[in-house]
Design a protein around this ligand. Structure first.
Ligand code: PGA
Length: 253
């Protein structure tokens, strides 16, 4: 049985006092989620990682939104895995469509980062998803398959099972236009098939695959009713405590 997972992607939102307020206020809802066997977390900006780690219950997963694959060196503006590890971060989001679009992050670059994270016993959350044009041309499956095959290339099966995948159609991110649960399930089931062909069916059955893109308290339960969807990566609706609580309630069902 795959454990359900809710991960809030805060993107470039919240000052430290705002992040601290969220962290201090989420205790009961995190406890509620954990008591129902659900993993919950947030991905704050780099400057807000420490305040959230300090004030949130230790059960809240705290993820970074990016990392560099090198341990140290002349990489201005970058943050390394040892730096994240030292402050107690164990999870990192990679390959988000916004980073692919604005920062030129490729699936090949994600592959290097994923390997470096796994070598450090950290959990990569690898995002994939197609543009509206690709969706309308009916090419979603081959497009996403390529992102998965390149991003997870050369992993051993025992490494691959530790990765979390997030399928986020770009046309659904921040647009209020979420994919139907059937569309999300169809692509996610295809991703699981690709994972089975790469790492074997038993490993593919263990890998958690999230849906993301305009997930709200009012629609999260629909996605969770689908067999291959194991949770959600949520942007806008993860920012406020009330709405985050609504997401957890929807996930618990
Ligand atoms: P959204 O963002 O929930 O605001 O659509 C999702 C994401 O980008 O992870």
């Amino acid at each position: 049985m795959r454990k359900k997972l809710l991960l809030g992607n805060w993107k470039m939102n919240k000052t430290r006092p705002e992040a601290k307020e969220f962290a201090k206020g989420c205790g009961e809802m995190v406890e509620y989620a954990v008591s129902h066997g659900i993993d919950v977390g947030v991905a704050p900006t780099f400057v807000c990682l420490c305040p959230v780690l300090k004030h949130a219950p230790k059960e809240l997963i705290v993820a970074a939104q990016n990392v560099n694959e090198h341990d140290h060196g002349a990489y201005t503006g970058e943050i390394s895995i040892p730096m994240l590890k030292e402050i107690g971060i164990g999870w990192v989001i990679l390959g988000h469509s916004e980073r692919r679009e604005y920062n030129g992050e490729t699936s090949e670059a994600c592959n290097l980062k994923i390997k470096a994270l796994l070598a450090n016993d950290m959990v990569p959350v690898y995002c994939c998803g197609e543009s509206l044009g690709t969706f309308e041309e009916g090419k979603t499956k081959p497009f996403v398959e390529e992102q998965i095959r390149v991003g997870l290339a050369d992993l051993k099966p025992e490494e691959a099972e530790k990765v979390v995948i997030a399928y986020e159609p770009i046309w659904a991110i921040g647009t209020g236009k979420s994919a139907t649960k059937e569309i999300a399930e169809e692509t996610i089931a295809h991703i699981r098939g690709v994972l089975a062909s790469m790492f074997g069916a038993p490993v593919a059955e263990k890998i958690r695959i999230l849906y993301g893109g305009s997930v709200k308290p009012g629609n999260i339960a629909e996605y969770m009713s689908m067999p291959d969807i194991d949770g959600a990566l949520v942007g806008g609706a993860s920012l406020e405590l009330d709405s985050y609580k609504g997401l957890i309630e929807g996930l618990v069902g």
